[in-house]
Design a protein around this ligand. Structure first.
Ligand code: HEC
Length: 108
């Protein structure tokens, strides 16, 4: 199994454990679609835009819950080029589940 595939499987298993109700995979897709042009959204891989921190590193500075509040208010952090995102409470649960899952994953 290639390392990338293994990492995705690991993240998937962690996600499934961490969040019974929320759907981390949906959160991952949401972030990939809206933020993945600049940020690395997965447990491995570099950000397409080097200045943008990989989401798995956000836990070093923020708790996913802090991010959750920001997303709910539609203002993650006003950074240049970042789309204004308003997520529904359900989507936010999914996103936080995914973020928690990748923070928990071992560093590559
Ligand atoms: C056009 C590129 C781009 C897109 C799209 C983008 N970001 Fe960013 N993001 C950046 C850059 C560049 C930084 C680093 C900014 C800095 O350090 O001032 C950043 C930083 C961040 C940070 C850390 C802020 C901090 O204070 O450390 C968070 C959280 C974040 N982005 C969330 C998101 C989310 C969530 C999305 C999708 C909804 C998103 N970003 C979409 C470019 C982008």
């Amino acid at each position: 199994m290639r390392p990338a595939v293994a990492a995705i499987c690991l993240a998937w298993m962690l996600a499934a454990n961490a969040a019974a109700a929320a759907d981390a995979e949906k959160g991952r897709l949401f972030l990939q679609e809206r933020c993945g042009g600049c940020h690395a959204t997965d447990a491995t891989g570099d950000s397409p835009l080097p200045a943008a921190p990989a989401f798995r590193q956000l836990g070093e500075r923020y708790s996913p819950e802090t991010l959750e509040e920001s997303l709910a208010e539609g203002i993650v952090t006003g950074h240049p080029g970042m789309p204004e995102v308003v997520a529904t409470p359900e989507e936010i649960d999914d996103i936080v589940a995914w973020l928690n899952a990748v923070q928990a994953a071992p560093k590559p």
